[in-house]
Design a protein around this ligand. Structure first.
Ligand SMILES: *[C@@H]1O[C@H](CO)[C@@H](O)[C@H](O)[C@H]1NC(C)=O
Ligand SMILES: *[C@@H]1O[C@H](CO)[C@@H](O)[C@H](O)[C@H]1NC(C)=O
Ligand SMILES: *[C@@H]1O[C@H](CO)[C@@H](O)[C@H](O)[C@H]1NC(C)=O
Ligand SMILES: *[C@@H]1O[C@H](CO)[C@@H](O)[C@H](O)[C@H]1NC(C)=O
Ligand SMILES: *[C@@H]1O[C@H](CO)[C@@H](O)[C@H](O)[C@H]1NC(C)=O
Ligand SMILES: *[C@@H]1O[C@H](CO)[C@@H](O)[C@H](O)[C@H]1NC(C)=O
Ligand SMILES: *[C@@H]1O[C@H](CO)[C@@H](O)[C@H](O)[C@H]1NC(C)=O
Ligand SMILES: *[C@@H]1O[C@H](CO)[C@@H](O)[C@H](O)[C@H]1NC(C)=O
Ligand SMILES: *[C@@H]1O[C@H](CO)[C@@H](O)[C@H](O)[C@H]1NC(C)=O
Length: 636
């Protein structure tokens, strides 16, 4: 049986391994937040970790209870998913079913989080958390949660003195109580329903609970025994339960009333989210003190008003106006043909009322209010400065402008040089050039990753786009040309005659070319390629040099710089384009003392000088007409 034994041992090892792995399923750092608030406990878990459908279980010594929607409303839990900040939030009442309550002062919460990961359900036990709210309990407290109403009353106040603790025992939670002679009677607007026993009421979804010092009653919204009505035009849901017990000749009776404004809020054009609740929801109470805020934060009315809230009373209605851009609100974009945005406000409101005996009722309302879809225009601002030779645009997605608060825009700056291949160019007949930049902005709305495209066309107009013009100066040895670069000069090519001006061409013809980012300098020495000469005389002559600007594509001549300079010379031989050859010769050395240059001639004795002075003679002749033997020499 050695084999069987070994197998058994192996099985045990595997089981241990599995067990210890389950034990160490620990939530990674940073995805979980737990907070004790005055009147509730809050857990927020990142949706990126939980996926879209996380489940919570509430744990106590009797087991783990899955928090379904229905169970949450009956047992004092509220689960809300907030896609934009990207978390799921669980709020638990201090009197929720699985909470361990020590003397109404210390409350311990224990939850599991169930997450589907890689197709498998994984349970993460969340660490126990104990909260000791510092705010003392008022004699009566009402909570209008998003999914239930809860009222708790101090049991000493409601109990006539002398009532024994035991008398209340049957109100302990369901799984601890068996028999009960306590009855509950629901009262709607106009009708008193027949009494039922507490355990039947629990089966119908209500919760009754007796703690150390308080009696708690909780009802989901929409119960058949609750009633919906309108008070001063505000929708209200109320539940009115009277519990009573007949013990010999004494009847113990407690009235438990919860009434909540069901106003869903109204967004007005001035950018306020308005929420209303009737002033007189609870009869015979007076002395409103109001604290208000968002996302579980409460501040006193004057502080809220400093932050732009407006708290007012009108028509026996309390009106809370939340400014559109209030701190702690959520903003969400949405694509529906166009781009929109809306805001979500997790309103938290506390009203403190007193009756004529100064006995306090504290009412807390938690409401999620959302604005309708508001257009979220995108616009591009043209900040192009032509001299920079590039487009500059800031694109802004804007929120609506508010009356009192500065606008809230978000922008991007885009710079694109005019030469960039994405920039289109368009010439017009009037020497104007259009640079066109078409921008297709793509916005991705998170977390859905919906795409929104926004087209914007920016045009820059460059007027007077004439071909470049060189400045030219005459020097002793030639002509010097200078061109200051303009951004759009690349639209033309520069040629000498029909040859493109390049540094190779310059080298070949003996030009000096210096080209930097600012300017192009071209020095053309006299007699180099490209000159034309005119009016040659013994005093001097004119040399002309032309630089031609051609269309880059068609090579059509669109402009030129022509410079003519006077030059003087002692001797020269030149051929002109009309086929004439001109020669100036210094005859001083060739002719003996006293010789007269005017009497010289070429080898062809009929070919005499056109002009002479003391020592020089100028001959001009057609190079085609002369005797080949005598053509190129001057006879001296
Ligand atoms: C949570 O996961 C466990 C298995 O790990 C499963 O037994 C339980 O039913 C799950 N609860 C919910 C609410 O999905
Ligand atoms: C409550 O009343 C129902 C009948 O309406 C009865 O069946 C049930 O036994 C009662 N429960 C207790 C605990 O008295
Ligand atoms: C005041 O309340 C009455 C009753 O609901 C309603 O008819 C009236 O329009 C309200 N007036 C204002 C100014 O809101
Ligand atoms: C919006 O509500 C605020 C606050 O009550 C009010 O001052 C403003 O006049 C309202 N604007 C419009 C257009 O109704
Ligand atoms: C918002 O303010 C910025 C900066 O003052 C301004 O450039 C922009 O035009 C404003 N946007 C709107 C929509 O008012
Ligand atoms: C903008 O880009 C998107 C994605 O490439 C394209 O589908 C859309 O047609 C473009 N819009 C325009 C006006 O070209
Ligand atoms: C953009 O600005 C440039 C430079 O100021 C101007 O020439 C052009 O006309 C503007 N374009 C548009 C579309 O406003
Ligand atoms: C001179 O330099 C500029 C750039 O600085 C260039 O665009 C241009 O083509 C150059 N011109 C010649 C003739 O080489
Ligand atoms: C050049 O000579 C022509 C005649 O041949 C004359 O008309 C013209 O004025 C002269 N040019 C100069 C600048 O002297």
């Amino acid at each position: 049986m050695a084999f069987g034994f070994a197998l058994g041992k192996l099985f045990l090892c595997v089981a241990l391994l599995l067990w210890s792995r389950a034990e160490t399923a620990v939530i990674p750092d940073g995805v979980l937040r737990m907070e004790c608030h005055d009147r509730y406990f809050m857990i927020a878990v990142d949706l990126s970790f939980t996926g879209d459908e996380p489940h919570f279980e509430a744990v106590d010594e009797t087991g783990a209870y899955t928090i379904t929607q229905q169970y949450a409303a009956q047992c004092g839990y509220s689960i809300n998913v907030h896609p934009l900040p990207g978390h799921v939030e669980l709020r638990a009442s201090y009197f929720s079913c699985q909470t361990q309550n020590k003397d109404d002062e210390m409350f311990t919460f224990n939850f599991n989080l169930n997450v589907t990961q890689e197709g498998k359900e994984v349970t993460y036990p969340l660490q126990d958390k104990t909260c000791s709210p510092s705010l003392p309990w008022s004699p009566r407290e009402v909570t209008c949660e998003t999914n239930y109403m809860e009222v708790s009353v101090r049991s000493e106040v409601t109990c006539p003195s002398g009532t024994k603790k035991d008398d209340w025992n049957s109100l302990k939670p369901a799984h601890r109580s068996t028999t009960s002679d306590w009855q509950v009677m629901f009262q709607t607007d106009d009708e008193q329903l027949p009494p039922i026993n507490i355990s039947d009421a629990r089966k119908q979804g209500y919760a009754f609970l007796l703690t150390e010092g308080r009696l708690v009653f909780r009802a989901p919204y929409g119960q058949p025994e609750s009633f919906s009505t309108e008070v001063n035009g505000v929708p209200v849901e109320a539940v009115h339960a009277t519990i009573f017990s007949r013990q010999s000749w004494v009847v113990l009776m407690v009235d438990l009333v919860a009434a909540c404004s069901m106003d869903e809020g109204l967004y007005n054009e001035s950018g306020y989210m308005l929420w209303e609740t009737p002033e007189m929801l609870y009869p015979n109470l007076d002395g409103q003190q109001i604290n208000v805020g968002l996302k579980g934060q409460l501040v006193a009315q004057p502080v809220a008003e400093e932050r732009g809230y407006i708290v007012g009373k009108q028509n026996n209605t309390i009106q809370i106006c939340i400014p559109e851009n209030a701190e702690r609100r959520y903003r969400k974009s949405a694509v529906e043909d166009d781009l929109y945005e809306f805001y979500v406000y997790q309103l938290y409101l506390e009203q403190i009322l007193v009756d004529e005996d100064r006995v306090e009722t504290r009412i807390r309302s938690l409401r999620t209010l959302a604005t309708p879809l508001l257009p979220s225009p995108i616009f591009a601002e043209n900040q192009t400065v032509l001299e920079e030779h590039m487009f500059t645009c800031t694109s802004e997605t804007s929120l609506k402008t508010y009356i009192v608060h500065p606008n809230n825009t978000h922008g991007y700056k885009l710079k694109v040089p005019f030469e960039d291949p994405v920039v289109l160019q368009q010439f017009s007949k009037t020497d104007a050039l259009h640079y066109i930049l078409n921008i297709n902005y793509t916005l991705t709305v998170l977390p859905e990753k919906d795409l929104y495209y926004h087209m914007e066309s920016v045009v820059a107009l460059v007027t007077d786009v004439s071909p470049p013009q060189f400045d030219a100066v005459c020097t002793e040895s030639g002509i010097s040309f200078k061109l200051d670069h303009r951004p759009f000069d690349y639209l033309w090519e520069i040629t000498i005659d029909s040859d493109l001006l390049t540094s190779e061409l310059a080298d070949q013809h003996g030009y000096t070319m210096i080209n930097d980012s600012d300017s192009l300098l071209l020095e053309v020495p006299l007699f180099s390629h490209g000159y034309e000469y005119k009016n040659v005389s013994l005093k001097g002559f004119f040399g002309t040099f032309e630089i031609i600007m051609r269309d880059l594509e068609t090579s059509e001549v669109q402009g030129s710089t022509i410079k003519t300079c006077p030059f003087s010379t002692t001797e020269l031989i030149m051929c002109s384009t009309d086929g004439r050859m001109t020669v100036v010769a210094d005859l001083a050395l060739a002719i003996p003392n006293g010789g007269n240059p005017a009497r010289t001639n070429l080898r062809d004795k009929y070919c005499g000088p056109k002009e002479t002075d003391g020592s020089r003679a100028l001959f001009s002749f057609s190079s085609t007409a002369v005797d080949p033997q005598s053509s190129s020499t001057v006879k001296m």
